[in-house]
Design a protein around this ligand. Structure first.
Ligand code: ADP
Ligand code: MG
Length: 247
């Protein structure tokens, strides 16, 4: 039995007459990167918003370890371990990278540290924040103001904050967008390292990165799944090649 962390069942979201997500089912297993690809307007970001709770579903369900999330808001889902890297919105530019990571630890699932003696809680918080920065390749950058970090380092910091928050299901919407080649390489390696013990859903346009990272792939078009399987299976799918990969 695959170890399924997150499952979407017949998810649907309408905007007026438009079915942006029109009956999508997929699962994300612990220890894997499941990539979702498809042309602009396919419904990929809407799918992520439904999974994170930023958008309400019109129909269908979302299960985290078998438990329905359908009626829970994004904060509750976050406390249950669903982490989403927003583009910059969670970073406080005037605070250091370390301070941002500390804030993410303090907001983490269940707040177990709140019950500890203050000094021990502070030490534990610092330790978790340092570990998250190190895991994201920012060990030497903790003292830098977040708004002085490069574009790529800010993306690394967002990921560090999701990790610091204790997430075990990660939702990443185009993490490589706007990155230079070198930055993209760093973020790609970072994403690969995240799947140990976690389930990662990755929406990404950079096909080199997708085929380098994904354990499984789902292809969407017009709100629907048009193909899914291993990267090799999807690459061979003639329908996907003509509809999307363009050859
Ligand atoms: P993708 O991320 O694959 O490019 P989106 O999920 O952003 O696609 O969009 C899917 C479709 O839903 C598009 O036609 C888009 O215009 C529409 N859409 C997305 N968000 C909204 C919204 N808040 N209101 C109305 N239409 C939306
Ligand atoms: Mg999108």
């Amino acid at each position: 039995m695959p170890d399924i962390a997150l499952r979407a069942e017949n998810l649907e979201r309408r905007f007026g007459g438009l079915r942006a997500v029109a009956g999508v089912s997929l699962d994300v297993r612990r220890g894997e990167i499941h990539a979702v690809i498809g042309p602009n307007g396919a419904g990929k970001s809407t799918l992520i918003n439904l999974l994170s709770g930023d958008l309400a579903v019109t129909a269908g369900d979302i299960l985290l370890d078998g438990r329905s999330l359908r009626r829970l808001g994004p904060d509750r889902r976050g406390r249950l371990g669903i982490g989403r890297a927003y583009q910059k919105t969670t970073i406080f530019g005037a605070s250091s990278a370390f301070e941002n990571a500390r804030l993410a630890v303090q907001a983490r699932a269940g707040r177990p540290l709140a019950l500890w003696p203050r000094r021990r809680a502070e030490q534990a918080t610092d330790g978790l924040a340092e570990a998250a920065l190190a895991a994201a390749g920012l060990a030497a950058r903790g003292g830098i103001r977040a708004d002085r970090l490069s574009h790529g380092e800010q993306r690394q910091l967002e990921i560090a904050m999701v990790v610091a928050g204790g997430a075990h299901v990660l939702l990443l919407d185009e993490p490589l967008a706007g990155m230079g080649t070198e930055e993209a390489r760093t973020i790609t390696a970072l994403i690969r390292s995240l799947k140990a013990g976690r389930a990662v859903l990755l929406v990404e346009h950079d096909m080199d990165a997708v085929f380098a990272l994904a354990d499984r792939l789902t292809v969407m078009a017009d709100g629907r799944v048009i193909a899914s399987g291993s990267p090799q299976e999807v690459r061979r799918d003639q329908h996907v090649r003509t509809a999307y990969l363009g050859h």
